[in-house]
Design a protein around this ligand. Structure first.
Ligand code: CMP
Length: 154
């Protein structure tokens, strides 16, 4: 069973537009578990570490400026194949390509103000989670419905 954790950020636009509950509900309804969650304003050094792979790209300065401009919600979302499932729920990075029904497809029109971020691989999930959360900020517990969500393959 591929139980994974992924980092989700609800970006400043998602927080300021009052979309936090709506977005988190979509992960929860899918059967994914909140393993960590906090409201914080990203220090510039943290945003730069998270987005290091984009350093030097045309949109980098605007991205860092935006991500540090106001509070965000950071989440560790856990579940079977959580990395892929969260990216599907989020939709494509560019709102012009994101499908209705996805978070970005329903709530965004601009590639910078695209409401959410999520890790794109196991390696990046581990790296990004370690940047944002201390070990004692991530919790282990059972959802009441895990017995039915995680049916063993026969
Ligand atoms: P995110 O998933 O947070 O990862 C990097 C962010 O850079 C991306 O979402 C977009 O908000 C932002 N961005 C702005 N322009 C581009 C672009 N041309 N290609 C990819 N990401 C971009």
């Amino acid at each position: 069973m591929e139980i994974e954790q992924t980092l989700v950020l609800i970006k400043p636009d998602g927080v300021q537009r009052g979309l936090v509950g709506e977005i988190i509900a979509r992960y929860e309804r899918r059967g994914l578990k909140i393993a960590a969650m906090k409201l914080l304003q990203l220090p510039r050094v943290t945003a730069e570490a998270l987005y290091a792979v984009h350093h030097g790209k045309s949109f980098y300065d605007v991205l860092i400026e935006f991500m540090t401009s106001a509070p965000i919600i950071a989440l560790a979302i856990e579940g079977r194949n959580a990395i892929e499932l969260v990216r599907i729920l989020n939709g494509e990075t560019d709102p012009r390509e994101s499908q209705p029904g996805s978070i970005r497809g329903d709530f965004s029109v601009d590639i910078t103000h695209n409401v959410v971020h999520a890790s794109d691989s196991r390696r990046n999930a581990q790296r990004e989670l370690d940047i944002v959360f201390a070990a004692d900020e991530r919790y282990e517990y059972n959802r009441a419905d895990e017995g039915t969500l995680h049916v063993k393959a026969v």
